[in-house]
Structures are given as structure tokens and as C-alpha cells.
Write a protein that binds this ligand. Structure first.
Ligand SMILES: NC(=O)C1=CN([C@@H]2O[C@H](COP(=O)(O)OP(=O)(O)OC[C@H]3O[C@@H](n4cnc5c(N)ncnc54)[C@H](OP(=O)(O)O)[C@@H]3O)[C@@H](O)[C@H]2O)[C@@H](O)CC1
Ligand SMILES: [K+]
Length: 502
């Protein structure tokens, strides 16, 4: 899916109205209908719904939803924010509200009581927010936030900008759910907004697909549609040589488990052959834990101290559990200077790069780096806020012509072309030691199988998250360990395989 800016969203709404010859009021009705159905499916009986409406079309959505909820037999009350000017569609829906629905203008000196059993629908401001909330609007939002009621935001939590950083101390609705329309907003993907957005969903309202297709964007979601035809099916006459030979340089004394997890993920990621470059202390461990892999002797006693001959390999992954010793640094530098095959760099390989940034200039084109935010900062600079981090990401990928998989709740893949792809799979159970090692092994496997760097990142990140989701379904998020992600990689990848046939 594309992630449009607020301005693009407005333009798309307008173009849909013109192209399809429908009234904006009808589009609002579609949005309100989708929202009402969503809410009715989740409301338990007897909960009173308080809908807070602003003066624009977000408020219009709220008024239309109030009518539809009332028609469905739901107790509902409407509260209007006083404003100098209302939008036309707000006014139309104000007139269509049945007189039996209690509707009053908000008075900030005596704001309505909101019991814990109430559901607050926040339809104050949406994508038309042009500045931070002040005065009455800020007071109302603070009142809603201080109540114990459950808050559901329409399109956006009021006070939150769609695609730009908030000034510090801004007053923003803290929603439990945000229900948005057609396409997600950039704000939803950023950790700094999690306390406002809550859980979010996007409901289709039939905006013009052709127009969406023709809208140029550089922010995207990673979803099933994007992944079509990126992961080829196995060939009937394929053999282990067909699917690449990966080398993983990983593990050190006390951290051999990282090598094991990466190795298992690489094998479950479909690689034909896997060789493990682990130090001698890890030799017996990997030979026992991962019998499918070969282990290289003589590349270090307690950590990796030298680089083996790279000729046999079709992709190299380096970093999980590697340690940051000087001779590991030398081996990494030699790898960067000599490798002619795809590279995946993670964990201590990134820390070594961060400690000696001159090495970044040696990165071969299309290398994949998989930092978490702190590792990324070591490669660049501290980010002032999440939007700044995204700009640093774009600049870094462009400068070094590499792909960066910035790990988080919505892992973000940055590309040399300046695109950002936000993942939509995964869960909080995956925030556990070893998850990243699994991703490194999987990405190395996909690169060894000749997927392009972009395809490997998109397929790998999505499948890794999906495997985590499958594991959490069985075990719960708390019970999930990184090895469980490996176990579910097979089904997660299978779902993405390009079907054969017609
Ligand atoms: N277009 C469509 O067809 C569809 C649109 N849809 C819905 O419309 C929503 C967008 O509607 P919108 O553009 O009317 O903007 P909205 O968020 O209601 O706010 C604008 C009002 O707020 C005011 N205002 C702004 N900032 C303020 C502040 N800090 N403090 C106080 N006031 C402030 C601003 O005043 P002004 O800035 O002009 O002074 C104006 O009066 C979108 O999120 C979705 O819910 C869906 O129905 C699908 C179809
Ligand atoms: K809202």
C-alpha cells in the first residue's frame, strides 16, 4: 500500500469525487458506514457512545456515524466543538441527525462526565489539522484523555499531524484504537506516536484505485500485494546448488547461540547449502545443534579472527554474536574490501562499522544492513525524533547505496532510491533476544537464492514478522522465543511463493 501525505490524501478525496461523479457527502457516508460497522462489531451491549465532533469533515464523519449508530439502536450522544465556521458536509450531516439523538455544544466550563463504561468517538480533527491544538479544543482533548472511557479516533487521533513532527508538549488524543480510511498515515508507523494512535486499522471506502496508482509516493507498506511475484517457487529439477551456498560469520565465546539461530533461519529460509564460520569454541555446538550446516575450522579460537576464502559462497551474512575484537574488525574490513557476493551485516558487524565509519565507504553496492535504532545511530547520529530518523535513513541509504532494515514494531526498509517500506507483520513477542539473528539468517538465505536486495528485504522482513505472528498464535506473545520464529518461517514463506500455473 502507498502511504500518502495529508495533502495527497485531500487531493485523492477530491479527485475521487470528480472522477467518479460522486458527492463528497456520499464519500463521507461511506467512511461513516465503514466506521460504524467496525464499531458495532466491537461494542458490548449498553455502552453509551459519546461522539465529539469538530467543525470540519472529521466532525462530519462523527455526525454521520452518530446517525447510523442511532439507527442501529445504539445509545449515542453528540458533543460539538464551538467553531466560527463549519464545513458544508458537517452542516449537511448536522441537519440529518435525528432530533432524538442528544446533541449539544461543548462548554469548557462544564464538560460532560465520561464514565469508564462510555466509548468516546474522537471526531474532532482529522487530516485537516493545520496547527497544534490550543484553547477550547485542547481543553476538550485533555478532558477526554483524563476520563477512563475507551477512546476510538476517527481517521486520526485529534491533535496529531498526519506526516510531520509534533511540537513538544502538543495536546493530542490518546486513542485506544484509530480507525482510518483507505490508506494508512505515516504517523501510525512511528514509535513516538504509539501512545496517541493505539491500535490502528484502515477501512476501505472505495477511493479511486487508478488515482492511487498514479500518485507518486516514497513511503509504502510491506503487504501481500507488494510481495506478489517476488519469491519464486522451487524448481522440480532444482538441486542444492540451485539455491545458493551461504556463509554465516557469527558467534564468539558465550554468544554461539546467535550463530545457531541465524544458521537455523538460513536453512529454513530455503538456502541450498550453508557453511558456518564460527570460532573453535562454537564448533561442537553448531555441529550438534545444526547438523544440516557445515562448519569451517581454523577461523579463530574464541572469536572470528580471519576471513576464509570466499570463492564457494553466493552470499555472506556477518555479525550475530561476532564480538567486537580488533581481529574481527580486520576480518570485516577484509570482507568489505574483497567480497564480490551479496552481504548482510548485522549486530556486532554494525557496531564495528559504527566504531570506524571509514569502513562505511567500503560497503559494496546493495549490501543489506539490519540495525535496530541504537545501532543505526552509531552509524549516523542521534535522531531528534522519529521523522528525523527516517530522513537520516533515506540519506544513509542514498549515500552508501545500501539497503537498511531499521528494526522495530514497524520495521522500515530504506533503499538507495529513497523509498521507505514499513512492515505490517510482527508482534511485541518478537522483542526478545535472537529475533534479529533469525532475520539475518533469513536475509542471507534469500540473497544466496539470488533474490535482489530489495526483494530479499521485503520478503524477509514480512515473512519474519508473519512467522512471529504464527508463533504468537500458538504460544502467546510472552511465550515466544526467537527459535519459535524459525519454526514458523516455512509456512510464512510458503504464503509468499509465486504460484505456478495459469
Ligand atoms: N474529503 C473527503 O471527501 C473525505 C474526508 N473524510 C474525513 O474528513 C477529514 C478531513 O476533513 P477536513 O479537511 O475538513 O479537516 P478536519 O480534520 O476535519 O479539520 C478541519 C477543520 O479544523 C480546523 N482546524 C485545523 N486545525 C485546527 C486547530 N489546531 N485548532 C482548531 N481548529 C483547527 C480547520 O480550520 P482552519 O484551519 O481552516 O482554521 C477546519 O475547520 C478526514 O480526516 C476524514 O475524517 C472522510 O469523510 C472521507 C471523505
Ligand atoms: K479524529
Amino acid at each position: 500500500m502507498k502511504i500518502l501525505s495529508a495533502a495527497q490524501t485531500r487531493a485523492l478525496d477530491q479527485a475521487t469525487i470528480q472522477d467518479e461523479g460522486i458527492m463528497s457527502l456520499e464519500l463521507m457516508e461511506r467512511a461513516a458506514t465503514a466506521f460504524t460497522e467496525w464499531l458495532l462489531n466491537r461494542l458490548s451491549a449498553g455502552r453509551e457512545v459519546h461522539i465529539f465532533c469538530g467543525p470540519g469533515n472529521n466532525g462530519g464523519d462523527g455526525l454521520a456515524a452518530a446517525r447510523l449508530l442511532h439507527q442501529a439502536g445504539q445509545p449515542v450522544r453528540v458533543w460539538l466543538l464551538p467553531a466560527a465556521r463549519d464545513s458544508a458536509d458537517f452542516t449537511a450531516n448536522r441537519h440529518r441527525l435525528p432530533p432524538e439523538v442528544p446533541c449539544a455544544e461543548l462548554n469548557t466550563r462544564s464538560l460532560p462526565e465520561l464514565p469508564a463504561s462510555a466509548v468516546v468517538v474522537d471526531a474532532l480533527f482529522g487530516t485537516g489539522l493545520s496547527r497544534p491544538l490550543t484553547d477550547e479544543a485542547a481543553t476538550v482533548v485533555q478532558h477526554i484523555n483524563h476520563s477512563a472511557a475507551s477512546i476510538v479516533a476517527v481517521d486520526m487521533p485529534s491533535g496529531l499531524l498526519t506526516d510531520a513532527p509534533q511540537p513538544a508538549g502538543s495536546v493530542v488524543v490518546r486513542a485506544r484504537y484509530t480507525v482510518s480510511f483507505e490508506l494508512p498515515k505515516l504517523a501510525f508507523f512511528l514509535p513516538q506516536n504509539a501512545e496517541f494512535v493505539g491500535l490502528w486499522e484502515v477501512l476501505p471506502i472505495g477511493l479511486d484505485e487508478g488515482l492511487i496508482h498514479n500518485t507518486p509516493v516514497d513511503n509504502h507498506t510491506i503487504d501481500l500485494k507488494l510481495l506478489t511475484n517476488r519469491l519464486p517457487a522451487r524448481q522440480k529439477f532444482g538441486h542444492k546448488g540451485t539455491y545458493g551456498h551461504a556463509l554465516l560469520l557469527a558467534g564468539s565465546y558465550g554468544k554461539v547461540g546467535a550463530a545457531v539461530l541465524a544458521a537455523r533461519a538460513c536453512l529454513h529460509g530455503g538456502v541450498g547449502l550453508l557453511t558456518l564460520g564460527v570460532p573453535t569454541v562454537g564448533y561442537d555446538i553448531v555441529q550438534t545443534a545444526v547438523p544440516e550446516a557445515m562448519a569451517l575450522p581454523g577461523i579463530g579460537q574464541e572469536h572470528v579472527t580471519s576471513l576464509p576464502d570466499l570463492a564457494p559462497y553466493s552470499a555472506v551474512g556477518i555479525g550475530p554474536g561476532l564480538g567486537q575484537h580488533d581481529d574481527s574488525h580486520a576480518a570485516l574490513e577484509k570482507l568489505l574490501r574483497t567480497a564480490t557476493v551479496p552481504l548482510v551485516l548485522d549486530a556486532d558487524a554494525l557496531n564495528l562499522l559504527g566504531a570506524n565509519r571509514a569502513l562505511l565507504d567500503l560497503l559494496p553496492p546493495d549490501a543489506i544492513l539490519t540495525p535496530h535504532p541504537r545501532e543505526f545511530e552509531r552509524l549516523t547520529q542521534p535522531a531528534c525524533h522519529d521523522y528525523h530518523r527516517l530522513e537520516l535513513l533515506r540519506a544513509f541509504c542514498h549515500r552508501h547505496q545500501c539497503y537498511v532494515v531499521l528494526k522495530g514494531a514497524h520495521t522500515c526498509v530504506g533503499t538507495p532510491a529513497g523509498d521507505l517500506y514499513f512492515n505490517t507483520t510482527g508482534n511485541a513477542g518478537m522483542a526478545t533476544g535472537g529475533s534479529g539473528d533469525v532475520l539475518t539468517g533469513l536475509l542471507t538465505a534469500l540473497r544466496a537464492q539470488k533474490l535482489s536486495a530489495l526483494d530479499a528485504c521485503l520478503v524477509g522482513v514480512y515473512a519474519h514478522g508473519r512467522a512471529g505472528d504464527l508463533a504468537a498464535q500458538q504460544l502467546g506473545e510472552m511465550g515466544l522465543a526467537a527459535g519459535d520464529i524459525v519454526t514458523h518461517l516455512g509456512p510464512a514463506l510458503q504464503k509468499l511463493v509465486t504460484p505456478s500455473g495459469f
